[in-house]
Design a protein around this ligand. Structure first.
Ligand SMILES: O=C(O)c1ccccc1N[C@@H]1O[C@H](COP(=O)(O)O)[C@@H](O)[C@H]1O
Length: 243
């Protein structure tokens, strides 16, 4: 029997001021879904406890949406996980100053290990690391560059006390093909820390399948395209994973 309910984190990815969804995280594959604040408020009204908010321009290095993102976080009453372009003291300070509950680091965990170890020690569970993978190779800089082996990096971050991982199978992301359950099971077997699953959710059955992995360490699931494409409603999703 599960002891915890799977947390759901509806996603709002912001590019050029708009809420968008990408396919495989590829720049240029955007479908636009309008105002990010309206999208975030809609998920909050539907009962979300978390928002997964991404500054895609900052992740790609094509600018940033910092003011828009800060406005979204300030308006939300729910917890926000913020990511994209958090790679140094200044960008971390700006992200934390929004009042988000935690930040999610991608590229920095691959390219600036000493800085990441330092901020993990300083900020504890306000820092999560996004392990964005193709196969078992990590990808950074907007998922355009290889960044090493998943399990070696996971072992290093674990030894530094990283509190949580957000695991994305890039091959699944934005495709509505179902999550990579094998990858999630393997990551959970390699760490005692909670794992947030990302990529591929297409149906309520996918969410139920992810919920069966809660005892293994899957704490939550990011849901993007399926909600925007109206494959199901957030209310239905929350009901499907209620214990
Ligand atoms: O979420 C996406 O679709 C995405 C696509 C391409 C690159 C990054 C993406 N999202 C998230 O951005 C951060 C990584 O940003 P950075 O490397 O720290 O600047 C990470 O949470 C990705 O999952």
């Amino acid at each position: 029997m599960r002891t915890h309910r799977l947390e759901l984190l509806p996603a709002v990815d912001v590019r050029d001021g708009q809420a968008v969804r990408l396919v495989h995280g590829e720049s240029g594959s955007e479908t636009s879904y309008g105002d990010p604040l309206e999208a975030a408020l809609a998920w909050q009204r539907a009962g979300a406890e978390w928002l997964h908010l991404v500054d895609l321009d900052a992740a790609f290095g094509t600018g940033d949406n910092r003011e828009r993102i800060a406005e979204v976080v300030a308006t939300m009453d729910i917890k926000v996980e913020l990511s994209g372009g958090i790679r140094d003291d200044a960008s971390l300070a700006a992200a934390l100053a929004t009042g988000c509950t935690r930040v999610n680091l991608g590229t920095a965990a691959l390219e600036s290990p000493e800085w990441v170890a330092k901020i993990i020690a300083e900020y504890g569970d306000r820092i999560a690391v996004g392990l964005d993978v193709r196969g078992i190779t990590l990808r950074g800089r907007g998922w355009t560059r290889d960044g090493g082996d998943l399990y070696e990096t996971l072992a290093r971050l674990d030894s530094e006390g990283c509190a949580r991982y957000v695991v994305t199978d890039i091959a699944k992301d934005g495709t509505l093909q179902g999550p990579n359950l094998e990858l999630l099971k393997n990551v959970c077997a390699a760490t005692d820390k909670p794992v947030v699953a990302s990529g591929g959710v297409s149906s309520l059955d996918d969410l139920r399948a992810l919920a069966t992995l809660v005892p293994e360490g899957v704490e939550g699931a990011i849901v993007g395209k399926a909600l925007y494409a109206k494959a199901f409603t957030l209310e239905e999703a929350l009901e499907a994973v209620s214990v």
